[in-house]
Design a protein around this ligand. Sequence first.
Ligand code: BV8
Ligand code: ZN
Length: 244
Amino acid sequence: MDFSNELIERLKKARVVSALTGAGVSAESGVPTFRDPGGIWEKFRPEQLANFEAFMSDPDFVWSWYQHRREIMREVMPNPGHYALVEFEKIFSEFNLITQNIDNLHYRAGSKRVTELHGNIERNYCVSCKTFYNDIDVNEKKVLLCKKCGSIIRPDVVWFGEILPRKELIFAEDCAKNSNVFFSIGTSAEVYPAAMLPTMAKQSGAYVVEINIRPTVMSMDVDEVLQGKSGEILSELVNNLKKS
Ligand code: BV8
Ligand code: ZN
């Protein structure tokens, strides 16, 4: 893939580079996305599953859905796109990786500085006393009860209608405001408030680059669209930067 001189020159001069990733970054690992054909939301509406009311009304059903996703996420491997983002940490003097994904694949690929806006499926906590239980046997199809107080245990993920973790969101907004180059990678840019980060970056003067296999609601507003698979594009971009 040919990259524009503009992008390469800006990346070479950049002091701060940030990237917002979505489910598309994990698609080449075999993790289903949410809104693509065959994606998670095709079978279930988010309202049915990824929200607290659904969980409290049928904990076993929602818990078993997360156990199913946890099982998939443990079976798959990070893909070249995840590994390229690990390289970004070495190439740029300051690289901030902000993810909407809960699949733990950025950490498993070796990224050290990951800001998880929507939590992580490998962390779980008691809805009452907030005790964490992070070593879950995926075969436990029934919701688990807290050993300390007997309440039910939920995944440490941000559900629809729940506020994002304050520290992580503030940090992500700071990155958007202070980046020289801001990547939006593998996200439909439909879920707020994460989806406002690329716009915030653009308004703050960053050069915003979208990497996606298809156009999104944001494509017209960014500086450059790199259309294709994130695993391929990011690997080629790292090779290009290492050579230049
Ligand atoms: C909140 C965790 C309010 C759980 C998820 C305006 C302002 C504020 C809120 C709202 C608002 N309007 C509406 C809302 C409510 C809602 C929202 O945004 N709804 C949307 C649907 C309109 N937002 C919320 O509820 C948020 N909370 O704001 O609370 C509040 C305020 C104050 C006080 C109390 C409450 C919480 C949102 C977080 C929800 N949690 N996940 C779980 O995973 O089970 S959302 C879920 O969607 C994932 O986190 C996912 O990451 C995220 C975004 O989806 P994407 O990652 O983009 O995935 P998607 O499938 O959509 O797209 C994949 C893309 O990849 C596609 O573009 C595809 O083309 C591309 N692709 C595919 N393959 C590849 C590829 N690209 C490159 N290479 C490939 N190979
Ligand atoms: Zn408890």
